[in-house]
Design a protein around this ligand. Sequence first.
Ligand code: NAG
Ligand code: NAG
Ligand code: NAG
Ligand code: NAG
Ligand code: NAG
Length: 772
Amino acid sequence: MEAANRFCSLGALNLLLWLTASFAAETDNLRTYIIQLHPGSYGGGSASNSELLHKWQLSLVGASMSESRILYTYQSAMDGFAARLSESEVATLRKSPEVIAIRPDRKLQVQTTYSFKFLGLSSSASGPWARSAFGRGTIIGVLDTGVWPESPSFNDRSMPPPPKRWKGVCQQGQDFNSTNCNRKLIGARWFSRGHHVAASTAPSLDSRNASPEYISPRDSHGHGTHTTSTAAGVPVPMASVFGNGAGEARGMAPGAHIAVYKVCWLTGCYSSDILAAMDAAIRDGVDVLSLSLGGFPIPLYDDSIAIGSFRAMEHGISVVCAAGNNGPIVSSVSNGAPWIATVGASTLDRQFPALIRMGNRKLYGESMYPGNQPHKAGSDKEIDVVYIAGGENRSQFCIKGSLPRDKVHGKMVVCDRGENGRAEKGQVVKEAGGAAMVLANMEVNKEEDSVDVHILPATQIGAREAALLKAYINSTARPTARIVFGGTVIGKSRAPSVAWFSSRGPSLTDPGILKPDVIAPGVNIIAAWPQNLGPSSLPEDRRRVNFTVMSGTSMACPHVSGLAAMVRSAHPGWSPAAVKSAIMTTADLNDHSGKPIMDGDSPAQVFAMGAGQVNPPKAVDPGLIYDITPDDYITHLCTLGYKSSDIFTVTHRNISCREVLRTNQGFSLNYPSISVRFEGGATRKMVRRRVTNVGEPRSVYKVEVVDPEGVLVRVRPMRLVFRRRNQVLGYRVWFISPTKNGVGGASSEGQLTWVNTRHRVRSPIAVTWKQS
Ligand SMILES: *[C@@H]1O[C@H](CO)[C@@H](O)[C@H](O)[C@H]1NC(C)=O
Ligand SMILES: *[C@@H]1O[C@H](CO)[C@@H](O)[C@H](O)[C@H]1NC(C)=O
Ligand SMILES: *[C@@H]1O[C@H](CO)[C@@H](O)[C@H](O)[C@H]1NC(C)=O
Ligand SMILES: *[C@@H]1O[C@H](CO)[C@@H](O)[C@H](O)[C@H]1NC(C)=O
Ligand SMILES: *[C@@H]1O[C@H](CO)[C@@H](O)[C@H](O)[C@H]1NC(C)=O
């Protein structure tokens, strides 16, 4: 109610009345826009305003189309509303003094049993992380495709009631009502106005998506159930995907409560819906927001997620987002605002081997075909292998209807990746009468191995193996092979390594900040699944499971959301920046073998893994933190050269950058990583940092530096002597580049670590030279 009052002071009222008046005029060529209004133009919640509100509502009801044209009003994540408007209406609105910005609605995409143990956590309540109580008392809000509430992962037997401050609801809808919420799943809402508008104008949905789309918080897709249970699912013993990856399934923060905000539908996730969900989540009282969705990187002032999450951060909410699946393309990282924790994906050391044998030769592959049990499936007999290259029907991709039955019947069919879904190719081969499938990575996929719960015996091979297999097929008159399944193998491979698909920095939106921030498990993650969907997501898949496997930065993001809940549970007063700092400065650079984390065939760079692989037990006890206030971010935006009006759009603060920069000379954002850019021929750069002691009251830290190649690093002071808890000490770092254009490339990297007897507080350093 307070929201509506604020919204309906005179300025906004006139605006909306004007919209109402023009409704009758144009009904065609309407598009959805997000209209951001000046918060100062609202009068606050006085009595006269509520009267005006009433009038306004009546006027809306009176006009025939008005209600459907205004999709949402926003007041917590942003001030403004979403509406369907014609171009001329937009042009008129732009002249209105109340309007700060008008952005077209934007469509974004959604981008474990074992990961819990892999990250060094155990179920026993001892160790330094026991304080975190596995996220007890915190609430994680998940913006995704909804939830399957009956999943055993959301059982509330072990859960206390929600905190008293919780204001969320369990919103009724199709096959969903308040009885579906419990002490684990404490809230559920759905936001579909932007989606419905888009769906009614978009070309018809892919007919393959034949499963019902619930108009409710219920998950029709599976993605949201998977991510939600990864963040905070309760332990479920003896979980597996048809015997694959068997073990106890549990989320990162099994003690945390969950609130689900369904914003993603089969056609995508619309920013007008996302903003409405963030608006509600801020008021509901979540502690962490988890967004496994995004698009290509855009400027912060055009990015609804960046704008909504700034407000969320001001309310003390940790916002955690997926970095995107557009790797290894350089500068593909999205959701890169400095107040967001941006998460890339890494691998586990769990494999599902399914080798291809050709006589005495063999090729390594992996599969989660249900028959992937050692000594169980796979016949000794080799069968014919075919690869139908090229041709007008592009049969090599195994697109529906492209495989000639006479050529594939009873055979093992090689399908190249790309064009359609991996599991879908299996269905196409099966329909054409094929007996088995080999999924062959293309050059762009390298050796990346995201396994699927295939519908027929199948394995996936890397690009190197694919070349060998195709050469073998070419070299023989009648090539034959068989798949030898090896079950689930743990601890035999080097891990973590960076997932090939994980989006990379440097950030285009904010080159002053190293992104992604961290990496977390995102390849072949097993988590909860809707009980009416097949594990391959195919409509033809009649199998039913409680868990399935998925890969993506979407799966990495909720690991960090759960970790943020754990850190907040251990340290209730900490700001979102402090929580993120703890997660970043304790992350690992080395894999489980003690060697550098790899990215394909070479050691991972900071633009692939940020500060490194998250280490939950350490994150709860970081020793020092780098804290940041909302005002610091504003000053930072000024240093980026943003115009005051753009800063106003993002932060809702009316500041003069000239003034801010004058009073903050030499300002550096107190970020837990360091990104230095040499441009315009500069050869010296200085950055400042300040650390807060959250460890032992009396402690002495010494600095250790690994200089980036081609750069000298000088830190002053080199020792920090703390005498009490929460004491803040500053230091400065000089970067001296003897050459103007760097050495052997446009970037190099190093480390700066503060070390005492118990802690290593590490910041990665990225140096780039802008070639002049
Ligand atoms: C909620 O849904 C369940 C199952 O469909 C139904 O039995 C119950 O009556 C519903 N409750 C309310 C309050 O609508
Ligand atoms: C391509 O597909 C069409 C329709 O299924 C079929 O008629 C045609 O023969 C196919 N072409 C080749 C080269 O297989
Ligand atoms: C297979 O042989 C054909 C003709 O000799 C050649 O054009 C093609 O590139 C070969 N393919 C592979 C994968 O070796
Ligand atoms: C899924 O979990 C439910 C308990 O919630 C159980 O009754 C059912 O048997 C499980 N299904 C499978 C396929 O394991
Ligand atoms: C910002 O503040 C200045 C003076 O402090 C004022 O003149 C200007 O109108 C304000 N702008 C906005 C958009 O509020």
